[in-house]
Design a protein. Structure first.
Ligand code: SAM
Ligand code: SF4
Length: 329
């Protein structure tokens, strides 16, 4: 197969596809309290357009797709889309990132589609703090969803964004979940994509998170990280699950990054920190053939920055007012 590579030799094998910018939570680190301006439905990529992009990417070696958003389960007919997505030749793994509020009824069908892994965003186990962080009182629904995902045998990762003023006290209780549950709890550095341009101070970088975990769990051991992993992973001996830290703001993992992102509007991003170069929706709606679509993608990949710092420097506006819901996380 003729794999897509950037000029630094990094192969592109993984697509993160944001299927909507809508969300039913208002997480402090992702959106302002009043929400973000949603784009009109017709400006979103259609499912047909998304499937076409995935087919083209699969023909050049992309074999893993993560569905994200906004909240993916808010987009109508998601399950029918997933049914077609998992059937694409070359796509070996489809995973989903969700806030878990409306996800539970779909779990059996996800299972039957062969979707094995789900990432659940969960920043605290305390109901009041959950309501403060997400601005919605939905912790019971999310915990119920987690229980059901484990009952059904999904591989579950919990994503927790660590924020000084909000949930630093939740690190240990969340990590303690791994004593009895076979989950990966990953602590993510907060990035400045909160929808209102607020700068993040990164009081809790991955080193501090790790030191806090190590102080509490002195026997915690490093375990091997999967290839292209963004997380550094650890385990407390005899615990069923694992813990990880994701240096999303420190950007230590760019050297092995194999990802592309497609935003709900169809912008192709070769790095989380770039502004998106080409809009694949516009390219397709202007009548491009699959070969032309692939050429556009290959051109964007050839311009890919060496790392997230370079991508950020190249932005026309240095500080971002983007919301992660419009990028896909
Ligand atoms: N709504 C779904 C959810 O929350 O899981 C999927 C979309 S959300 C944008 C994807 C991931 O991005 C979530 O795990 C979320 O915690 C993370 N995220 C959002 N804003 C972030 C930020 N400013 N810094 C770090 N991670 C962020
Ligand atoms: Fe919604 Fe996910 Fe953003 Fe929270 S992180 S506001 S759940 S898109």
């Amino acid at each position: 197969m003729n794999y897509l590579h950037d000029k630094f030799g990094r192969p592109i094998t993984y697509l993160r596809l944001a299927v909507t910018d809508r969300c039913n939570l208002r997480c402090f680190y992702c959106m302002p309290a009043q929400g973000i301006d949603y784009v009109p439905q017709r400006q979103l990529l259609t499912y047909e357009e998304m499937l076409r992009i995935v087919r083209v990417l699969a023909s050049v070696g992309v074999h893993k797709v993560r569905i994200t958003g906004g909240e993916p389960f808010l987009r109508r007919d998601l399950m029918e889309f997933l049914r077609q997505l998992v059937a694409i030749d070359g796509i070996e793994s489809v995973r989903i990132t969700t806030n878990g509020v409306r996800t539970e009824p779909f779990l059996p069908e996800l299972k039957s589609l062969g979707i094995k892994a789900i990432n659940l965003s969960l920043d605290t186990l305390d109901r009041q703090r959950f309501a403060q962080i997400t601005r919605r009182d939905e912790l019971p629904a999310v915990l119920h969803c987690l229980e059901r995902m484990l009952e059904l045998g999904f591989e579950v990762k919990i994503n927790c964004v660590v924020m000084a003023a909000h949930n630093a006290d939740d690190l240990i209780p969340l990590a303690e979940l791994t004593r009895e549950l076979p989950v990966g709890v990953r602590f993510i550095e907060e990035m400045p994509f909160n929808g209102d341009g607020r700068q993040t101070t990164l009081e809790w970088d991955y080193r501090r998170i790790l030191q806090t975990l190590q102080a509490h769990f002195p026997t915690m051991q490093k375990i091997p990280d999967p290839p292209h992993s963004t997380s550094l992973n650890y385990q407390v001996p005899s615990y069923k699950g694992t813990v990880g830290v994701i240096p999303a703001y420190s950007r230590t993992f760019c050297g092995s990054c194999n990802r592309l992102r497609i935003t709900p509007l169809g912008k192709l991003r070769t790095c989380l920190y770039d502004e998106g170069i080409f809009n694949l929706r516009d390219v397709m709606r202007a009548g491009a053939t699959d070969a032309q679509l692939l050429d556009t993608i290959a051109e964007a990949v050839s311009m890919r920055a060496a790392n997230g710092f370079e991508a950020e420097r190249r932005r026309s506006l240095h500080s971002s007012t983007e919301s992660m819901a419009k990028i896909g996380g």
